[in-house]
Design a protein around this ligand. Structure first.
Ligand code: GLA
Length: 694
């Protein structure tokens, strides 16, 4: 049993790591340890009992508390904030008891109770031993008679081993330019990254990694992510006593939750981990966890898809889609996805959202004819929807203008001519379930791309069930409810999460969607960097990547294919305009991809030379058995004569012999990894090399 309870404390052990908690002499629940697993449960340090320094620095303030509230003389950033009905905002949490749920994924629950008010807080820790990950979430319960207002409710507070010399890695970006990795020193004070946009956001990702000297393949990394598709926040605080603490959870910005008697509130789960083997190892375990534990269809490689969006935009009908489908099938696509523009009144982006039935002019026979044609060509059929949205110019909005998120006294700010349906409202959820159910029931649809193309404004909710600021959370639960209901009814369907590209990529949505459309930017050079950032916490199997015509005049088609082959390959260019030679090349690349996709989608990914740092980049994938691999190398634009770096392969068995495509003789895995290889490329040239054990 990897949960040990002893000496007023608990030790949680995964395969290689441990997390220890305990009650100190003052009765405060404190973190004792987070790092490498030690041989014996008794090895872990006792809880700290900091000594009060002066009247300005209390011992509680200096204690690395597991879930600190705002209380007495504590001035570090609290993990939660509440206000009782009499106006008291100070919390005195007393440890009550604990329980352990002994299953394959054992769980520790610690119960804390306010000294005066009927507020109970449960801290949950679920162990994923094989992945060296711990899931943490918190439940608030009010057993009194009056509501308690929750103003902040993070999922976890984490204290790093004593010291103030940490770096925080996180991601920033924007629409069309997601996932830039930012690594910066943590200095005394508070740093936070967040989303305030209702969705996960393009602008920052709910992931962090803290490190001191770690590199890609070595060194200690403490990392985590939040399984949540709405507003989130990660804060890192370095206190004046050199204690570095991280909180992760729901964003408390504009947040409030009225905790009614007998109706518990549960936070989303944070997934946290520790490794001694660098950023690669942190990513790798998250990749395995996503594939095996989250994805609805598990580790099943995805089909090569064709998506018509960039080729046709809104200008579609049965005949023109069928024409594209024919060429798509010929080059080897296995799934044909019709994007935006197919539904009632959708001639451009200023009308139609909300009216989810086939446009009578474009599809007078409904979708059945096109789907049959696509199926006859040997492909499955997929469809784009944007369920949370409505254009004011739609039948739905004319009937239910009150369903959108708005403040009654304010204008409803449009973005892309659209407003957001309040998915927090059960009647909106039920309506959308019925509408989408009908489309899925009446048509042979194997794949759905669920889009969400704007951020929120005027976040109001008249007659909200609790505090109107609950919108931020109720909305996300509403999206989850609609999506999971449809999933249950149509279990075969593969769903893709898109929000104008990578606006909704997180561990919460990956319980519902098998794939993510990670950026509306399909230009291959920009993609190299975007894809690398994404890979910090999400695996290639979830990364849908199309080859389009963006950058066509500059970047060779083969290069564009190679970039997209690093994820789940798709094609999105206008095939009607591709020459026979381009279509032949596409067919060859897709064929090659089919031979290696199980390595890419199910294997281990190694970032060898970063495209965010260098114009010459390399990455590889190795299958779990370490018998097959594939190496991708890209050179963007470097002045000649360029001194190209040696590439040191990774992930091979040292003693086994491997053949690397293009090299004359087999060598040991150790030789490829230690002596490395040189690959000469010209500007805008790329290579995919297969690696086989012999
Ligand atoms: C978003 C998506 C695109 C496409 C368009 C359609 O921008 O990210 O892939 O589906 O919407 O309107």
């Amino acid at each position: 049993m990897p949960i040990h309870a002893a000496n007023s404390g608990w030790v949680l052990e995964t395969s290689q790591t441990a997390y220890a908690i305990g009650l100190n002499a003052a009765g405060l629940l404190a973190q004792r340890y987070w790092g490498a697993r030690l041989p014996y449960p008794g090895d872990y340090p006792d809880p700290l009992n900091p000594v009060e320094r002066t009247s300005f620095d209390s011992s509680a303030h200096m204690t690395p508390e597991e879930y600190p509230g705002y209380s007495a003389l504590r001035f570090t950033d609290p993990a939660f904030l509440v206000s009782f009905s009499d106006g008291v905002r100070d919390v005195v949490l007393i440890y009550k008891d604990y329980s352990v749920i002994d299953t394959a994924k054992p769980e520790l629950i610690l119960r804390l109770q306010d000294a005066h008010y009927p507020l109970t807080i449960e801290l949950h820790y679920r162990l994923h031993e094989a992945y060296d990950l711990i899931e943490r979430w918190v439940t608030f319960e009010n057993s009194g008679e009056t509501p308690v207002l929750i103003k902040r409710a993070f999922s976890a507070k984490l204290t790093l081993p004593q010291g103030d010399h940490y770096f925080l890695s996180h991601m920033y970006g924007r629409h069309l330019d997601e996932y830039h990795i930012q690594k910066e020193p943590l200095v005394p004070g508070l740093k936070h990254v967040e989303s305030r946009r209702l969705t996960t956001s393009h602008h920052s990702a709910p992931w962090f990694a803290a490190s001191q000297n770690a590199q890609e393949f070595s060194g200690e990394v403490w990392f985590g992510t939040l399984a949540w598709s709405g507003n989130w926040k990660i804060s890192a605080e370095v206190t004046e006593f050199a204690s570095t603490r991280i909180s992760i959870g729901l964003n408390d910005w504009d947040f409030a939750w009225k905790l009614m008697p007998g109706q518990p509130f549960t936070t989303p789960a944070a997934v946290i981990g520790y490794t001694q083997d660098g950023f690669h190892a942190a990513s790798r375990t998250l990749h395995d966890y996503v594939r095996n534990e989250l994805l609805p269809h598990g580790p099943q490689p995805h089909k090569v898809l064709y998506n018509s969006w960039e080729a046709t935009l809104f200008n579609i009908d049965e005949a023109s889609q069928a024409e594209l489908a024919e060429i798509a099938a010929r080059i080897g696509a296995e799934l044909f996805v019709m994007d935006d523009g197919w539904f009632h009144g959708r001639l451009s982006d200023n009308a139609g959202l909300g009216d989810w039935w086939p446009d009578e002019v474009k599809f007078p026979r409904g979708l059945g004819g096109l789907i049959q044609k696509v199926n006859d060509l040997g492909m499955e059929f997929g469809l784009w929807v944007e369920p949370e949205m409505v254009n004011p110019n739609s039948d739905l909005y004319r009937t239910h203008p009150e369903w959108v998120i708005h403040f009654p006294t304010r204008a409803r700010t449009e973005a892309r001519q659209q407003l957001i349906l309040n998915f927090g409202r059960p009647e909106v959820q039920n309506y959308m379930i019925a509408v989408l159910d009908k489309i899925l029931r009446e048509n042979n649809i194997a794949f759905v791309k669920w889009d969400m193309n704007r951020n929120v404004s005027e976040p109001g909710w008249e007659n909200a069930p609790g505090d109107p600021r609950e919108l931020w959370v109720r909305y996300v639960y509403g999206v989850y409810r609609v999506w999971s209901t449809l999933r249950e009814r149509f279990p075969r369907v593969i769903w893709q999460s898109c929000s104008g590209g990578g606006g909704r990529a997180d561990f919460g949505i990956l319980r519902l969607a098998d794939q993510i459309w990670i950026s509306d930017n399909t230009e291959a050079i920009a993609r190299l960097s975007i894809q690398e950032g994404f890979s910090q916490f999400l695996p290639a199997i979830t990364m849908e990547a199309w080859v389009t015509d963006w950058g066509r005049d500059l970047v060779p088609l083969e290069f564009r294919f190679h970039v997209s082959m690093c994820g789940s390959l798709g094609v999105g260019g206008n095939l009607l305009e591709w020459s026979p030679a381009e279509r032949d090349l596409a067919a060859r690349c897709i064929q090659l991809y089919k031979e290696i996709r199980s390595i890419i989608q199910l294997g281990d990914q190694y970032r060898l030379i970063s495209p965010q740092k260098s114009e010459f980049s390399a990455l590889m994938y190795v299958n779990k058995e370490k018998t097959r691999g594939v190496l991708f190398v890209f050179r963007v634009v470097m002045p000649d004569p360029a001194n190209l770096p040696v590439i040191y392969l990774k992930g091979l068995q040292p003693e086994a012999l491997y053949r690397v495509e293009g090299f004359d003789r087999p060598r040991s895995g150790k030789a490829w990894m230690e002596a490395g290889i040189k690959i000469e490329l010209k500007n805008l040239q790329s290579k995919v090399l297969k690696i086989e054990q012999i």
